[in-house]
Write a protein of this length. Structure first.
Length: 146
């Protein structure tokens, strides 16, 4: 699978580990940075990743910051992006099954590689159920934005 990954400085250590793991599993990785723990602004990296997903350079994206909250907020500003902050594998399952999430957001400050790899695995394997959930996700695009 073609995946885009990006992080801020706080999420960099986990992102780097995930890039290595996912490449070893045969995924094609577009690493959009950051590439160190030097302080950066997370919205810049969320924007780069979301644009890659929108432009179909990647099938799905994974964002990592300290809490996952900032990246999730930034990513959900983009039309066509459905970013989900997932702290447990079951959250990732529902994000895919019911919400058709195309961007996973992780909390690098609270999530180790073992748990993160389980979350990512579920996120990448689950398929959107459609049906009544499709009716609901279609409404996302029609919500009023001010």
């Amino acid at each position: 699978m073609r995946l885009a990954l990006a992080s801020d400085h706080a999420g960099f250590p986990l992102k780097k580990q995930l890039v290595d793991l996912l490449e070893s599993q045969g995924h094609k990785i577009l690493d959009l940075g950051t590439h160190s723990t030097e302080s950066v602004d997370y919205p810049d990296y969320a924007q780069a990743l979301c644009q890659a997903v929108i432009d179909e350079k990647a099938e799905k994206g994974i964002l990592v910051c300290n809490s996952g909250v900032g990246m999730s907020i930034a990513a959900n500003r983009f039309k066509g992006i459905r970013a989900a902050l997932c702290l447990f594998p079951k959250m990732a399952a529902y994000a895919r099954l019911h919400n058709d999430a195309n961007v996973l957001t992780l909390a690098g400050g609270f999530t180790g590689l073992f748990l993160a790899s389980e979350i990512v695995d579920v996120f990448l394997k689950e398929e959107f159920e459609g049906g009544r959930h499709k009716r609901r996700t279609d409404k996302f695009e029609n919500l009023e934005v001010r």
